[in-house]
Design a protein around this ligand. Sequence first.
Ligand code: ZN
Ligand code: ZN
Length: 328
Amino acid sequence: MKMVLTGLKCLEIRESDHVGRPPAGYVRVRVLCCAICRTDAKMWSEGHRDLVLPRVPGHEMVVVGEQQGRYVVWPGDCCGSCRYCRAGRENLCEAMQIAGFHRDGGFADRVIVPQSSLIPIPKTLQTVIACLAEPLGCVLHALEIGGIGVNDRVLIYGGGTLGLLTALAAKTVGARPVVIEKNPDKIRLAAGFLDKTKIVCLANTDENAFDLAINACPDETAFKQGLTRLDKGGRFLFFSGLTKNRMLATGLLDRVHYREIILSGSYGLTRENMRRAVYLLEKHQGALKHLIEAVVPPEKAPELMPRVLAGDGFKYVLDFKGSFVNTE
Ligand SMILES: [Zn+2]
Ligand SMILES: [Zn+2]
């Protein structure tokens, strides 16, 4: 079975096709689990730059290969020869094809992926936790661009899954993260994770000498506040795209000028980021289990979309293990 996006807000259950052999360099693998990303929900609600319908969404998947090993899947399919690929910036490939956008993704019991996108995971890593490899890999990519270092004071906007993963990743390199989440209910829900990791999450802060600020939410207020809370020479990491068509005062950008602030974007991840993510996930499973909101049958996906879009709850994971029986 597979979930197919046939139009805006139309996610339908279909039988998987029994297609022939995948092309050279590609393999057909069985999906164990696929997490729902906010990008999937956004795409469901309003489409996406890279989306062509009908499409099977999903890019946060754990699969089992022909040799029975489990893998996470780097969602990209890059050309390997453009100047970005040659420079090791494969996430910026000029001919990038992303699972769940340009080609069918992981909301299905089976998926065709490039062999070179499979990243093995250790036996000790739980399948459900491994679904976080893609979002965590994006976080590691962002922190790498931001040049995070030991003792850096890091301000993170958004106490959702991505914000908390960012804080954890920052902490593992010896930085000092503070998460800002304006919704007190969300802070309460994060208690298990915050307690285990000793990460600080506040509704607001008066401090203004941070080395690095990151927006892990689409609210433009985070962007504005983050810029004003940076120390001179600080770095702002533009990690989440902003809600469209909001006004930003140009005076804010003057701060970038006078205070020599470095503003960097970050988009997606490389295979190497994802390998490192797998390593970190395995080490921090005890804390990360608190970021799994629920593991649900795939049929639940349509009703979960509005919740994911609204940022309610942490990660929802679609479990495809039960759907193998009919399709073998
Ligand atoms: Zn994602
Ligand atoms: Zn390329």
